[in-house]
Ligand binder design. Structure first.
Ligand SMILES: [Zn+2]
Length: 336
């Protein structure tokens, strides 16, 4: 009897802590990766003007961080071969951050021709994925990215670090959180202001995310981390909720759920930005993103690609609401 009482007490205590954490979820920073992470997986080449229009639509919807391009070799990723043109053509809105992905110093030099303020580097969290995606070991990759980070910091740029395959790898299987914590630490040491933990193939669950967070938070503050989930097993939002409980403030997402991974069979796109925004409104977090305009942006790119949007929120709400505040009421369940 005694132990039952104790168990109930503990359970209530942990529930209360959970509710307290969620009630303080506020000011979530959305980091849109659709024009880069999303489109780079599309086989149909998206012309520069369509990419630019998509970026404009995202900014008009209120998204403040839009990853626009990647300066990897066009031999690897043809879809991203017009990075310079994209960056030179976009009309930049005040207060919007337009980061780009940089693989090495050569890519960095090219990117610097087009007024860049933030760069992202992307070591892998597993040996197998590093060999396949970067053609080198994790350690060699870190060395290469450090050269970029050091130079970018010297030039007064912000540097963001991505770690891919943080919970599972298509070649190495489950990934131990300790290794990810070590890479996170190294990325901060080389000057990153933020590290985004990427479940590149979308195999994570709330449980594996919790284990990862416990380890990584030994070396980093939650406000300096971001979470990047793919929705392969439909776990994107529950994984995110698990991460938000630890105080994470930045979330990567992709318009319409665009994306995938060429090295992981069956891996679907990123957590869709429309789904994320709806979810956050439901938690009472004001994202300042206009969901009607966001849905329009998702439709625009999905129509161009000739496919149905992967965002369930987009599918459920488009054509039904013309007014953003009506959608917010639904998300918050305050509709009559
Ligand atoms: Zn991704």
């Amino acid at each position: 009897m005694h132990s039952l009482k104790r168990a109930i007490k503990l359970k209530v205590k942990s529930e209360l802590r959970y509710i307290r954490t969620l009630s303080t979820v506020s000011d979530i920073r959305i980091y849109e990766v659709g024009p880069r992470d999303g489109l780079q997986n599309e086989s149909k080449f998206v012309p520069t003007d369509v990419k630019v229009e998509l970026i404009h639509k995202l900014a008009a919807a209120g998204i403040k961080n839009i990853e626009c391009a990647s300066f990897v070799s066009p031999k690897w990723v043809k879809q991203m071969s017009d990075g310079i043109d994209v960056m030179k053509t976009i009309k930049r809105s005040p207060g919007v951050n337009y980061p780009v992905l940089i693989p090495n110093l050569k890519g960095y030099e090219t990117a610097m021709k087009c007024n860049i303020e933030e760069v992202a580097i992307f070591p892998a969290g597993s040996e197998g994925f590093s060999q396949k995606n970067l053609n080198c070991s994790v350690e060699e990759g870190l060395k290469r990215f450090k050269e970029v980070a050091v130079q970018a910091v010297k030039d007064g740029l912000r540097v963001r670090g991505y770690i891919s395959c943080v919970v599972g790898c298509p070649y190495d299987g489950p990934i131990h959180p300790k290794g990810i914590a070590k890479i996170t630490e190294e990325l901060f040491e080389m000057g990153c202001y933020e590290v985004s933990l990427g479940d590149t193939i979308g195999v994570g669950t709330a449980g594996s995310v919790q284990r990862l967070m416990r380890e990584v938070l030994k070396v980093a503050k939650p406000e300096n981390l971001a979470l990047h989930f793919h929705d392969t097993y439909g776990q994107g939002l529950s994984n995110l909720l698990a991460g938000l409980e630890f105080g994470i403030k930045t979330v990567d997402s992709s318009i319409s759920g665009l994306g995938g991974c060429p090295y992981a069979r069956g891996a679907t796109g990123n957590l869709a930005t429309e789904d994320l925004v709806y979810f956050l409104y439901g938690l009472g977090v004001n994202t300042n993103v206009d969901l009607v305009k966001l849905i329009e942006a998702g439709r625009y790119i999905s129509n161009f690609l000739g496919k149905m949007t992967e965002s369930r929120v987009n599918r459920a709400l488009s054509d039904r609401f013309k007014n953003h505040s009506d959608i917010v009421k639904i998300a918050a369940c305050t509709v009559n």
